[in-house]
Design a binder for this molecule. Sequence first.
Ligand SMILES: [Fe+2]
Length: 327
Amino acid sequence: MGAAPKPAAAQPADPLAAIWRELDALRLTPYVADLDAHGFTVIPPEVASPNGLAPRLLDAVLDVAERRTGTRPDLASGATHAGYTGRYAREGGDSPFGELLHALIFEGRVFEEALMNPVLLAMATYLCGYSVVLSSMGAFLKGPNQTDLKLHCDTLLPPPFPPHALVCNATYALTPFNRENGATAFVPGSHKWCRAPREEEAAIRGDNHPGVVAVEAEPGALIVWHGATWHAAFARSAPGLRVSMPVLMTRPFMRTEEDLFGRISEEALQRNPARFAVLVQQGLVYGFHSDASAEQRSRQAFKHLLAYHEASGGVTTLDPLRWHLYG
Ligand SMILES: [Fe+2]
């Protein structure tokens, strides 16, 4: 006598229909159209930063910078960061983005809230799917400087890129963005070219790229772009600080900037929805270094993937092999 037959699998949920419902409910469909057409979009603060998120993030970023460096950033004058050199400056010049703080997801609940913001997640999911993960969460603090950040793509692969996004950058503007303030600048439509700019195409002054446009954004806006969109940043000519928080998201088979597996506290996992664990890379199976760690990591990852799958109403896909082994 054989085992009882398994019940027929329920019809899998349709991820595209599900994300469209989310985008519609959050009033994001105009921004999706903008993103599709131009490769980037600016979602204003009243839509993108619910519950006063942006000022709390700004305070938290300034606190982290002060704790890590011993100096409170001077928001009004930018004097603490004028002509900043630090780790990322080329010899003889200043940094094109000022000071860069890494790994903010470990710095407290407001950063977890920034990641779980439904607007950010809906846009990242639209571009990279329900299995999207956090690649890195950082902050730039840029004072008056000389050096432009040259045009580049955030997808670091040889061309040609696939037409769909492998990477999504969702950057919170925490202070006003415009050209004088050293804003991010984009080449509209460049995400359709499926390649990064070459060195001789990368400058943003002169006649090379008359189509480069600087972002205009209020504090609390979320600037979202496709990982293949050509972008840069103007040097800051105005006094004061530009503070921004790039939340870089990626498909789960891409190498992430930050390595978070096994490093997120149990408290943080417990106080957040099941999706949080997957977002912060706890569902990534690869990265083991022995037979034992492969087995242990696979089981641990599957536990989080299954919890998210169930919480999402079956909209995520589970790898059939691991489902067979561990389900
Ligand atoms: Fe970039």
